[in-house]
Design a protein around this ligand. Structure first.
Ligand SMILES: [Zn+2]
Length: 431
């Protein structure tokens, strides 16, 4: 063992102790009684949320959400914070990140996205109906499997199954399973949820085996995990370079696409729409859905607004950011289960994942100027190796803020995402 290896080992040992201690001390602060109360209230709230959503009646959910919010505030107070009560919750998902920092990232991004969305309307709308024909499930499965193979997902250490809400399960580094879902009338659904979950799985498969079972044997954070799935799903999987290559697999399985060019497919899978539902949102509108939720929950946790005002505030923000207002709360404030779960502080992870992935991609391209060419040749190996070396192999040794700085040379900066969006969607909408 040389000095560098020794130093590296020391760093790992220190991280194991630090991460383990932080986690232990965090949860030690919360009284067992409160934990119990949170569990009971959130399971009741989830049942009420389902009923409220079905009946499209926020009042059914309201008292339960009030209870969950009250307990979550108590928990945040036990966890402790310096500036903002929401910091205590954010830290559960994105260790080290402060609400004030998040707000600084959101402000320019929101302004950019609202303006850019208006700009896209002057462009040429892609024809996304080509992805919404009838596609037999067996054939969709074949296409998804080919995409996973291309990504070098390790099938000897995993498998793909079906689930309503796709997810990734890690049983160990040798067994990382993913699920996908199929919609006979929409090819995007299965292909992109498979690639997304494949991205999560590659991260898990790339965490060093010797970290397994230790506090560092995990992804750096929810958002870093999401940066991996979104990198493969959006930056790679929705790129023109990807379709220049994958087109031959697509027409092999679905010959009807012979009538379309790879460029038409690239444009169709990047169709932008002002819509109500977060999980169906495209890359341009997605973060606006998240900002709205973040602003609401941060205000709620800090007692600046009340649960009873949520439907109204929700609709007002939808109008402001996306220019549309849902007719039903089931398509608005009631659409996500997160608040019933008590998962306040979770939503920003999705947005941060998008931002991190664009920042990583920028650095990756600097390190590997041939990257786009390689992707258009179906060679994803150097992209994967870069992620392995810079992100996967580090497990949870570093806090996400430290990791991003170490990998890209600067802290989280939303400008890379904005550049990425503009660059890509100007092509999609021929601006
Ligand atoms: Zn994900």
């Amino acid at each position: 063992m040389n000095a560098a290896e020794k130093e590296n080992l020391n760093e790992i040992d220190t991280a194991i102790v630090k991460v383990g201690k932080k986690e232990y001390e965090k949860f030690k602060k919360i009284p067992t009684e409160l934990f119990k109360e949170i569990n009971i209230s959130s399971s009741k709230a989830q049942a009420a949320w389902e009923e409220a959503k079905t009946q499209n009646d926020f009042n059914v959910f309201k008292p339960h959400l009030e209870k969950v919010v009250e307990l979550t505030k108590k928990m945040a107070d036990y966890l402790g914070y310096e500036e903002n009560r929401y910091d205590a919750l954010l830290d559960l998902y994105e260790p080290g990140l402060k609400t004030s920092e998040l707000k600084k990232v959101i402000e320019p991004l929101r302004e950019f996205l609202v303006d850019y969305l208006a700009k896209l309307e002057k462009g040429e709308k892609p024809d996304n109906s080509i992805m919404k024909r009838y596609f037999p499930i067996e054939k969709q499965k074949e296409l998804s499997l080919r995409a996973l193979k291309l990504m070098k997902y390790d099938f000897d250490a995993g498998r793909m199954d079906v689930a309503m809400h796709p997810f990734t399960t890690t049983i160990g580094v040798h067994d990382v399973r993913i699920t996908t879902r199929y919609n006979e009338k929409d090819l995007n659904d299965s292909l992109y949820s498979t690639i997304h979950e494949g991205g999560h799985a590659l991260y898990e498969q790339g965490i060093p085996e010797e970290f397994s079972g230790l506090p560092i044997g995990d992804g750096a954070s929810m958002a870093i995990h999401e940066s991996q799935s979104r990198f493969w799903e959006n930056i790679i999987g929705r790129s023109l370079e990807f379709w220049n290559y994958f087109y031959k697999d697509l027409v092999d399985i679905f010959p009807e696409f012979r009538e379309n060019t790879p460029e038409e497919i690239f444009r169709a899978v990047n169709f932008v729409e002002r819509s109500f539902i977060r999980t169906e949102a495209d890359e341009v509108t997605y973060n606006l859905h998240i900002m709205l939720r973040f602003e609401i929950e941060e205000a709620l946790i800090n007692d600046r607004i009340k649960v009873e005002d949520l439907p109204e505030i929700w609709n007002k923000k939808m109008k402001e950011y996306l220019g549309i207002v849902p007719e039903k709360d089931s398509e608005g404030v009631l659409q996500d289960v997160h608040w019933a779960h008590g998962s306040f502080g979770y939503f920003p992870s999705y947005m941060l994942g998008n931002l991190y992935s664009a920042q990583f991609y920028k650095k990756m391209k600097e390190d590997m100027p041939m990257l786009d060419k390689e992707i258009s040749e179906g060679n994803f190996e150097s992209a994967l190796n870069w992620l392995r070396e810079n992100i996967h192999s580090k497990g949870k040794i570093y806090e996400p803020g430290e990791l991003v700085k170490m990998v890209t040379g600067e802290p989280l900066n939303p400008k890379y995402f904005m550049e990425y969006i503009e660059n890509k969607f100007n092509k999609v909408y021929k601006l």
